[in-house]
Design a protein around this ligand. Sequence first.
Ligand code: NAD
Length: 289
Amino acid sequence: MSEIQRVGVVGCGLMGSGIAEVCARAGLDVIVREIDAGAAEAGQKRIIASLDRGVRSTKISETDRDAALARIHVTTDLADLADRQLVVEAVIEDESLKTEVFAALDKVIVDDHAILASNTSSIPVMKLGMATSRPEQVVGIHFFNPVPVLRLVEVVTSLLTSPETVAAAQDFATNTLHKRVIRSQDRAGFIVNALLVPYILSAVRMMESGFASAEDIDTGMVEGCNHPMGPLHLADLIGLDTCQAVADSLYTEFKEPLYASPPLLSRMVEAGLLGRKVGRGFYDYSVKG
Ligand SMILES: NC(=O)c1ccc[n+]([C@@H]2O[C@H](COP(=O)([O-])OP(=O)(O)OC[C@H]3O[C@@H](n4cnc5c(N)ncnc54)[C@H](O)[C@@H]3O)[C@@H](O)[C@H]2O)c1
């Protein structure tokens, strides 16, 4: 059993709420930091809705739901994370914001052995580590969406991450959270997004050029390749702002056209059509079918 008992999560959006939930369900004490009271309340509601879905589908009991909820405390004050042994940062995919968060965490976290992890999909871990005075304790712990459902975690090590930190992160994900860990070196996009994002961008280009409809592109991959959902549905699930931000990190790193965000994706992000989380992206989710 990992020695980590006190976990902090920064950001309680799609991913932070899921990370807080799985940690609390594993019996850990969790403090989640959001930016303001409104975002904190929205994050808490997201956690409750997910736990309620777990109860409805009989994956967890009402008692376990209530116990998990009692272990999660939401705050707007980063200083409340001072005693955490592990912090997982899950704010939006913005390098300068994440760098700021790591610099602030470095000042706030008291435990000399604490691990500072990022759930970034694409930003090199080294850049986050160098914002702190302890880059050897900074590691990528990249969960997948929805966190309570998908087992995979990528553990990403920078050139400066210590073997002890990597071992502790891997042990935590494997033995405490019962996730399946794969290891990646520190290149933008790591393993999964370096493969997935060009696929999603190709689907957007295909639709943008009038080559095929969103429905036909998705049906093609679901019925023809047995994928659980098509690329445009998946983009809506991830969030189009996140897809674009990840593509931009990959493009910055590799300068390959296959990572360049297509104009349609940029226009949709500018229009606020961010996918399922706002009710509309490539598909309309406002009317439940
Ligand atoms: N969406 C996905 O499918 C997915 C999958 C794996 C990893 N990720 C990564 O997880 C991270 C979060 O993505 P998301 O989809 O949860 O985004 P999201 O937009 O749903 O949530 C981000 C949250 O961070 C909060 N936030 C912003 N600044 C903050 C700060 N300084 N302190 C605390 N909270 C702050 C926002 O209020 C928001 O609630 C990103 O790095 C993303 O690349 C996303």
